[in-house]
Ligand binder design. Sequence first.
Ligand code: SF4
Length: 449
Amino acid sequence: LLRHRLASTLPRKFKIAFEGCPEDHVAAAINDLAFFAELGPAGERGFRVLAGGGTAIMCKSGGLLHDFLPAGELFRAAEAVLRVFHRLGDYQHKQRNRMKFLIKAIGWDAWHAEYLRELAACRESDAVPVLAIDPPDVESQPSWARGAVPTPALIATRVAAQQPLGPGITPTLVPVYMPGDESYVRWRATNVRPQKQFGYLLATATVPLGDMTSEQMRVVGELARAYGDGTVRVTPDQDLVFRWIAVSDARELFRRLSAASLGLAEASTIANVASCPGAESCRLAVTQSRGLGRLLEDYLRERPELVASADGARVKISGCPNGCGQHHIATIGFQGSVRRLGSRAVPQYFVMVGGGTTVDGASFARTAAKVPARRIPETLERLIAFYQRERQEGESAPVFFQRVPLERVSLELMDLQRLTEADAIPADFVDLAETGEFAPVVMDGECSA
Ligand code: SF4
């Protein structure tokens, strides 16, 4: 599909997601096309298909296109959608020319009728061939010649020797040569899952803000060859996943990741904050979202009791409404914005709660408050305390923030929203991780995520 003849002449970008599990891991429903692996009535392989999802200034969960599409029809369905978008999409208005706007403009029924027409054309005389696809039920163990294993001491020396160059926020390198048992136990609990194949694990290397040095990347490659199948996968949380880690190798992998300053735990917790590039490099940004990401991650990692009490919650940050940090589908999301105070500008964030995705679709976070950037750590702490105080028995944070009335959340944050010229302090006029007066300049261009 990437090399499809229509792909380079579509009205706008077009995103496709695949989910292979009964649970959603890739936020599939916010993509233009989403394929969820399913078995048909006779056990045949196929997909449930959604279309027309997206976030930014118009949040939409993908609509149901097929309850079950045989796997062989994958290209036909995708091409039919591309053809409709190519033919009827808006080539004039850049701010509203994703496929979801086309569906809204002509209505789902009319769009769907166009889709069915194109699908029939794709099927006709094999205009688009059936995809021959018959993978084995369970992926078999790779047979590989393992790479040499670098020692933790050598890794630590190499990684420490290459200090990153600025400007902007750069990775914090703290190689840990001899991590303790407690660190390993926590890492196993939050960063490791059993693989389908007995005796193997999936291990996540937490990469704060998704930033790595080139030497860390070299080490990751060596570890993937030494302990895994020679590959790593990038996750929507900006981390890296190693597959095919033998259970007996988990501790040795952890030692070496720690030596490379990549052994942080908390991959599956609220402490693993994700952020878009923000004002550091994006022409459309309002705020320095990575500055907030760094601040919150450091703040949470120093408060394990807070992390432990935010059951299942995730924090995501974007520097503007476009939502590349996926804050619209976070349990607690922050969207960068600006507030005028007299003649000066204050960086602030929309505080949004209750977003999330499942295999059935996406629910989008609701705006509960607008809080100056400097006060966001306290905002987060209040929200976690609120959840602890008001939750029902056994209720997770994502479920709680979807259920709780928005006015209740706003009330919790009311005093943090208020800022007058009289009570503002100099730090209120400086964006996080910046030094100069906040003066947002939003330029024309593309987002940099
Ligand atoms: S356009 Fe995307 S990357 Fe840029 S600030 Fe907005 S959300 Fe972040």
